[in-house]
Ligand binder design. Structure first.
Ligand code: ADE
Length: 243
């Protein structure tokens, strides 16, 4: 899968060359290209922004260099389609469902807003707007990094173990169960006996129950949309009776 990032700060994405995403690039599973609209300006100062019409503080990203960049990317892709995302606090809140949907694409183009804003006509150039959450960043870059990481790790061959993406928090609409490793006892806290019992059915039931308990305690809103079985409802009744 191809990730294209339109940003004034392509060097912010250099970090993607390390770790699992670096390996995935070396293996050709993903390709990440960060490109700056400054390359597509014609004036001496490589201007990408200007003062807002109507006055006010701050500078606004101009649409021209962004269009030129998107056109260049289209050409480099050989005209193959992409899905264009704008990262902005006004977008829909990014979720695992977005990551799942994006991981089905051949190409995702992420356009990062920057400074105090961008010309409204840039909105017309993208397919979708996404926000990382209800807070304001300096620009869309950190949000783009999060979208790339959440999406890429769902692609076959990026995580070592295919199962790890299936089991974790949010994969099935619930938070993940607690995990333990050695030592068996740490500062007086013991690993639950059942995890050392070797009884795989009992362990699976315990994990499902703890996953439900965590979700009920921390994110009860998720239970409203999670796909719950009859057995899950029984476990939830047990948990409520225990409280
Ligand atoms: N740009 C600035 N703030 C942002 C946010 N919360 N999400 C996505 N892009 C942003």
């Amino acid at each position: 899968m191809r990730f294209e990032i339109v940003t004034l700060f392509p060097e912010l994405f250099d970090g993607l060359r390390t770790g699992l995403l670096g390996k995935a690039q070396e293996a050709g599973v993903i390709d990440i290209q960060a490109i700056t609209p400054r390359e597509f300006t014609s004036d001496r100062h490589r201007t990408v922004d200007d003062a807002p019409y109507g006055g006010g503080s701050g500078m606004v990203l101009m649409p021209g260099p962004i269009v030129e960049t998107l056109d260049h990317l289209d050409e480099a892709r050989g005209g193959k389609p992409t899905h264009r995302l704008l990262l902005t606090p006004q977008g829909a809140r990014f979720s695992q469902a977005h990551a799942r949907r994006f991981s089905e694409l051949d190409s995702l183009t992420l356009v990062c807003g920057r400074y105090e804003g961008f010309d409204e006509r840039i909105r017309g150039l993208v397919d979708e707007e996404v926000s990382l959450g209800d807070f304001v960043l300096l620009g869309g870059e950190a949000a783009a990094l999060a979208v790339i990481e959440a999406t890429a790790r769902l692609l076959p061959g990026v995580l070592g173990n295919e199962e790890s993406a299936a089991d974790e928090s949010h994969a099935d609409g619930l938070l993940e169960y607690p995990q333990y490793t050695r030592p068996e006892e740490f500062r007086g806290e013991r690993v639950p006996d059942i995890l050392r019992s070797g009884n795989h059915a009992a362990i699976a039931r315990w994990r499902r129950k703890e996953s439900l308990r965590r979700t009920l305690e921390r994110r009860p809103d998720l239970l409203e949309t999670a796909a719950l079985t009859d057995e899950d409802h029984k476990l939830l009744d047990e948990i409520r009776a225990e409280r």
